[in-house]
Design a protein around this ligand. Structure first.
Ligand code: ADP
Ligand code: MG
Length: 153
């Protein structure tokens, strides 16, 4: 199947699903993260990094726009484009090169850089549901579908 849907009752569940998703990642994967402020996009990314074996602090790149990690033989770029405004910055800051076959890129607020970002392999959406969150993951590309399928194999 090309979609995944999960109810996440609390923060621990979001971190836990992130750890599971980490095992499906491979170099070259681009993931868009949709959801309002406080939806859990950074929390999920924190879980993924934890799953990859990263033991340090994962801070929100709200002001820096991107936070780079090297973990588990992967370059991992965590973007938060909420404050991205100047398209000329995309090239100048080297953002374009960060999307390459050996890196995983997770992008919060991808709409802020529409037209600059490559197409996503996964689109993840987090919505409020009861006291928790509903996560849906849609695999958009063949690579994305293969990675998602590796979770259930
Ligand atoms: P975003 O990056 O989408 O703005 P954050 O991950 O920074 O959101 O913040 C999410 C907030 O919601 C945190 O306070 C976190 O503890 C909480 N949270 C995360 N997942 C859940 C969940 N499944 N249910 C309830 N609260 C959650
Ligand atoms: Mg965030």
């Amino acid at each position: 199947d090309h979609t995944l849907s999960a109810f996440l009752a609390d923060e621990a569940a979001t971190l836990g699903l992130g750890e599971i998703l980490a095992s499906a990642l491979r170099g070259g994967l681009t993931v868009f993260l949709h959801g309002d402020l406080g939806a859990g996009k950074t929390t999920l990314t924190r879980g993924i990094l934890r799953g990859l074996g990263y033991a340090g602090r994962v801070k929100s790149p709200t002001y820096t726009l991107v936070e780079p990690y090297v973990v588990s033989n992967l370059q991992f770029h965590h973007f938060d484009l909420y404050r991205f405004g100047d398209p000329s910055e995309w090239e100048d800051a080297g953002f374009r090169e960060m999307f390459n076959p050996t890196s995983v890129c997770m992008v919060e607020w991808p709409d802020k850089a529409a037209g600059l970002l490559p197409p996503p392999d996964w689109i993840i959406t987090l919505l409020p549901e009861a006291d928790g969150r509903r996560l849906t993951l849609q695999a958009e590309t063949l690579t994305g579908k293969t990675c998602l399928a590796s979770l259930t194999d």
